[in-house]
Design a protein around this ligand. Structure first.
Ligand SMILES: [Zn+2]
Length: 284
């Protein structure tokens, strides 16, 4: 079976790009890449005008945009002020995403900490709903909330968590960070091609076929310790998992479209390595 439409690109400004971020879409197309995640990880600071300009350039160069929301989000905090600030950051991310025509707002939703899993998930869903309602009332139409599978076992963000969250929201699609799943399980999952295929199939079956058109994903090799992720590594550092070739095979076997964002320390250089590996597996 042939592969679906696979897109590749960096998490943030390409490391070899000199000058302004607005040059990124042309730079990426030149390299043969066609996706980019805009990193708002330290706060949403982009103006409407600049976001629209970036979106226009991305469309002109065939680069699909997504947006990574700030790291300082915890919708299941025990502090009311933290929850309020987190809802605000999700809302701001949705708005900026809509301005730039990005299709997905990637979010690390929260932590279990003082709550049971069920309580934490309910708080996350409530928080997302509040941010979503406000964003819709301010004109958001096309962007999706895309909670990410997270890298630490104390963080909300297992495959099951993401399915529960997205089942309860209107426009919600998973962000599958393959490395995070591997790190949060301390290398136990996913291990086999079958594990990977099952994850893709569960998302499609339980959340609908729209969420795999395309399936938004992150990849890098990753170092983990007790409790989960330590550090992202390059594709050349073969002592760290998971196995990217197997990810390509799972995408081929399931036939889904996917956006694969490189979170390697060398961003777009490794996005190209990932693209080549999937091309080999897809027989392109
Ligand atoms: Zn992330």
């Amino acid at each position: 079976m042939p592969c679906g439409r696979l897109r590749f690109g960096p998490a943030g400004k390409p490391i070899d790009l000199k000058g302004d971020l607005l040059k990124a879409p042309a730079f990426l197309r030149e390299l043969g890449l066609d996706a980019m995640e805009y990193e708002a990880v330290r706060g949403v600071n982009i103006s409407r005008e600049r976001a629209q300009k970036l979106g226009q350039l991305a469309r002109e160069h065939g680069v699909l945009l997504s947006l990574h929301a700030p790291y300082y989000i915890n919708l299941s905090s025990d502090k009311r002020t933290t929850i309020q600030a987190s809802i605000r950051r999700v809302y701001e991310s949705l708005l900026a995403s809509e301005w730039m025509g990005s299709y997905a707002v990637v979010v690390h939703p929260g932590y279990y900490l003082k709550y049971t899993r069920e309580q934490a998930l309910k708080m996350v869903i409530d928080g997302f709903k509040k941010a979503w309602e406000k964003a819709v009332s301010d004109g958001v139409r096309n962007t999706w909330i895309a909670p990410e599978t997270t890298g630490k076992s104390k963080q909300v963000g297992s495959v099951d968590d993401i399915i529960v969250i997205c089942s309860n929201l209107e426009k919600c699609r998973p962000t599958v960070d393959w490395a995070h799943l591997y790190a949060r399980s301390e290398g136990r999952f996913p291990q086999s091609l079958d594990d990977l295929i099952k994850i893709v199939e569960r998302f499609e079956k339980e959340l609908g076929s729209e969420v795999v058109k395309p399936l938004h994903s992150h990849f890098s090799r990753i170092e983990y310790g007790k409790g989960g992720e330590r550090e992202h590594h390059t594709m050349a550092e073969e002592e760290y998992g998971p196995d990217f070739r197997m990810v390509c095979r799972a995408l081929r076997e399931t036939g889904v479209d996917s956006t694969i964002i490189s979170e390697s320390p060398i961003l777009e250089r490794d996005a190209l390595v990932m693209k080549r590996i999937c091309e080999e597996e897809c027989g392109a």
